[in-house]
Design a protein around this ligand. Structure first.
Ligand code: ADP
Length: 173
């Protein structure tokens, strides 16, 4: 535990990892596993679906994540039902927002969001973890695209997600 003591008080470092997770992939899992080693607690905040293109419901998305992180003690999963992410961070006592960086496109996008978040709440830092090389190409949207056409994504997503995505597209066809 990297719990710090400041003026005799214990400080628990909580990191918030927000995202759409539609669906949760092995890239997300890798990032969250690494984050769990850096902070006392990690809260994964799952966005309520705002786009009509969402494949999985909030409940399904949360269930996949809970199953996938069962082996990690200091991770919890909660709903992010709109509003500013920094407000959620403040509410749960998180000092840090964690985001993954895969490439330049992520950098461009994430740096603007991080700057805006900093303006909203100067005490909350955004920390970026470089994506594992193995998963740099991986996104939830690419998974859906490939799975929709019957491609094999079993090595790229947790088992439960793979099963569910196959069923989902079998129904749609
Ligand atoms: P959002 O809509 O908030 O970008 P995502 O579910 O797409 O939600 O991503 C959530 C977070 O996970 C983002 O910080 C994103 O950069 C990161 N992420 C997505 N895919 C990967 C991956 N393959 N490797 C590492 N981080 C990833």
């Amino acid at each position: 535990m990297n719990t710090l003591r400041k003026w005799g008080r214990k400080m628990t470092k909580i990191a918030l990892f927000p995202g759409s997770f539609d669906p949760f992939t092995n890239g997300h899992l890798d990032t969250v596993e690494r984050t769990s080693k850096l902070f006392d607690q990690v809260v994964i905040a799952v966005a309520t679906n705002t786009s009509k293109n969402a494949l999985f419901s909030l409940e399904e998305k949360m269930m996949f994540i809970k199953q996938s992180v069962e082996h990690i003690e200091n991770i919890s999963v909660k709903e992010h039902s709109g509003g500013l992410t920094v407000e959620l961070a403040k509410k749960i006592g998180a000092v840090t927002l964690v985001r993954g960086l895969r490439n330049n496109a992520d950098f461009e996008y994430e740096s603007t969001i991080a700057t805006m978040n900093k303006i909203q709440h100067k005490d909350i830092e955004t920390v970026f973890l470089m994506s594992n090389e193995k998963y740099r190409f991986l996104s939830s949207s690419l998974i859906k695209e490939v799975a929709m056409f019957g491609g094999d994504v079993s090595s790229l997503v947790p088992v439960g997600v793979n099963e569910a995505i196959k069923k989902k597209y079998a129904k749609i066809k």
